[in-house]
Design a protein. Structure first.
Lengths: 429, 192
């Protein structure tokens, strides 16, 4: 029997006097142990059992530094080659003018040219070979990626040269989701449509406005219902922007979705204030508004997992196989950092030049180290030291309070409910 | 974006010049890479800082040695150690084999094991990583799986499955440990 200790990256959830559930933030797995064992500083196990628990992120050897162990496991994940994850910005222009959009600071509108599209696709094929990827996950984003249908048609046509399976999503405001666009996406394997709404018609039409000041709510809902009714293969997600203006309307909105028969997903995002913006609608860390919104949505059968909006283990910025490509064919380290020189990596066609590789290596290997204060925080695997963009552009933005007030209660509730359900089923059996 | 000035760059101590068939080559022995010496001061021979040089070596080594490939081999239905060994050998898979642990291999208590497929779903939703090609073709995720996911928030609590032997589990762990050891070595590596 050897000595081990609990990893710091776990959540202990008391079930009753005798048993405690241990949830690992590293692997998202859970085990049930006796409350005595859960409260011990040192636990004794034979090496075979211990290896399983170490590998699943529950314990570590007493002499090991759990932070180093975690970072090594994280390296295994972020250097994985399986998926080539590409975020493709087709254009920087939009038919809406939302006050909190980070792209408001971009100096001009740009649309991807036909030449750049061919260049990007050729280089995606090189990346696939280089990374030995078995799948391409493609996110189409803008500006508004549905704005220039001609560009999308050229893109889809040239993507036929990609020989590995493709899946992906379109992040859109939903105003221009025509049948033709949806059909093209589905043919290619891009089957998820992530549509952003700012609450009910009343608030949405004040925030997500056309250039002429008119609202966009009705046309978006029409498009959503059209896709839902016509295309069974399409996965719809409404992304509800939570801000000071929209938070009060979650229940009304859920009632409305139920009334119109919406059957897709409903997720929530907390808006952050872009560094250059005057927008002041974002909530502060200690607010529990995200939990309230998700609990409200759950009453209407729109269920979400805890931590579903946070990157697991690392931000894509630190993933070997993640690329953010702008409409001019340049690679950037961060989706929000596009246009800022320290996030610039270089043109896509020189991705394997040593100079560009060094820039990428610098981002992946020296700029990803969490602060001292974060190293043993239990949330490190889900928070990853907080958004590097916000850390670098604004100030260190600890999410601990946010998680403690929002995600953890949701996690506890769901785990306890599942255990009750299991026990009930066991009794029935 | 590039830094061409010699003042801003230094020559790596791992770089040396060789003459081959009358031509001068620069060699970076850490990367096992050589180029004709054309008097440029670029990477991977000249660097802006030791941090850059170290970052490049770590990136290079991790990319080379610390990766594994998917798709995942689902061993539940065809759990045979030889199949797994062959597959691993042929495809350099070190980590992504789906294994469902049997209950008795774990620490004397009930196990709530969340099926890896479900974790993949969570990761797909949160991080857009998507690894199980057997179950979800063409990127489609059946509503059934969403429902299962939603039922407890994170995934299914899978039934105990004894279709894989302990030796295979151990094998996977050993391979995993070898890679972790390699990462340890790379992470402890310094330029100076």
């Amino acid at each position: 029997m050897n000595q081990y200790k609990w990893s710091p990256y776990i959540e202990k959830i008391k079930i009753d006097e005798k048993k405690t559930c241990i949830y690992s933030y590293i692997t998202n797995k859970q085990i049930i142990v006796s409350s005595n064992d859960a409260s011990r500083g040192t636990i004794y196990l034979d090496s075979k059992k211990a290896r399983l628990l170490i590998d699943n992120g529950f314990i570590c050897k007493t002499e090991d530094d759990p932070y180093i162990v975690f970072m090594n496991q994280r390296d295994l994940e972020r250097y994985s080659s399986s998926i080539l994850d590409v975020v493709l910005h087709l254009n920087y222009d939009c038919n809406l003018a939302c006050p909190y959009c980070y792209q408001n600071s971009l100096p001009k509108t740009i649309t991807m040219s036909e030449q750049v599209i061919h260049n990007v696709i050729d280089n995606l094929n090189i990346m696939i070979k280089d990374h030995n990827s078995s799948k391409l996950f493609l996110t189409l984003i803008g500006g508004e990626p549905t704005l220039h249908f001609g560009i999308v048609e050229i893109l889809f046509k040239s993507m036929k040269s990609i020989k590995i399976p493709i899946s992906g999503e379109v992040v859109t405001n939903g105003t221009l989701l025509s049948d033709g666009y949806v059909e093209q996406c589905l043919k290619l394997g891009i089957d998820t449509f992530d549509i952003t709404l700012d609450g009910t018609k009343e608030t949405h039409d004040k925030l997500r406005i056309h250039r002429d000041g008119s609202g966009s709510f009705d046309e978006i809902i029409n498009n959503i219902l059209n896709i839902q009714n016509k295309y069974n293969d399409a996965n719809l997600t409404i992304n509800y922007n939570l801000s000071k203006q929209t938070a009060e309307n979650v229940e009304t909105f859920c009632e409305y979705l139920q009334k119109i028969g919406y059957t897709g997903q409903l997720s929530f995002s907390l808006i952050f204030e872009p560094p250059e913006s005057d927008y002041k609608g974002a909530f502060q860390n200690h607010d529990n508004i995200w939990r309230i919104a998700n609990s409200t949505a759950a009453k209407y059968n729109f269920n979400n997992a805890p931590f579903y909006r946070t990157p697991h283990l690392f931000c894509p910025m630190y993933n070997k196989s993640s690329y953010f490509i702008d409409p001019q064919g340049f690679i950037w380290s961060c989706i929000n950092g596009i246009g800022k020189s320290h996030y610039y990596q270089g043109p896509i066609n020189s991705q394997n030049d040593w100079h560009q590789m060094t820039i990428r290596a610098r981002r992946l290997e020296t700029l990803n180290t969490p602060r001292q204060i974060c190293k043993y925080c239990k949330f490190l695997p889900v928070c990853t030291g907080c958004c590097s963009y916000l850390n670098e552009e604004k100030h260190f933005h600890c999410l601990r309070g946010l998680y403690q007030n929002n995600e953890v209660p949701l996690l506890k509730k769901q785990i306890l409910e599942s255990i009750t359900e299991q026990r009930k089923r066991g009794q029935d059996a | 974006m590039s830094f061409k000035s010699t003042k801003q760059k230094y020559k790596s101590k791992y770089v040396f010049r060789v003459c081959f068939k009358g031509e001068d080559y620069l060699v970076n022995k850490m990367l096992d890479y050589s180029e004709l010496d054309n008097n440029s001061f670029d990477e991977p021979f000249y660097f802006r800082s030791t941090l850059d040089e170290l970052a490049l070596y770590r990136y290079y080594f991790k990319k080379k040695y610390c990766t594994w490939q998917s798709p995942i081999l689902n061993v539940r239905s065809k759990a045979d150690e030889n199949i797994i060994l062959n597959y691993v050998a042929e495809n350099n898979i070190f980590h992504s084999i789906q294994i469902v642990y049997s209950n008795d291999t774990l620490y004397e208590h009930d196990i709530f094991h969340i099926d890896n497929k479900m974790i993949n779903l969570v990761r797909h939703k949160t991080f857009k990583i998507y690894t199980d090609e057997n179950t979800f073709t063409n990127g489609q995720i059946p509503q059934l799986y969403y429902n299962s996911l939603n039922s407890i928030g994170l995934g299914l609590i899978s039934p105990i499955n004894r279709s894989i032997s302990d030796s295979t589990v151990r094998f996977k762990m050993e391979i995993h440990q070898q890679i972790l050891n390699k990462i340890n070595w790379i992470n402890s590596f310094t330029v100076d």
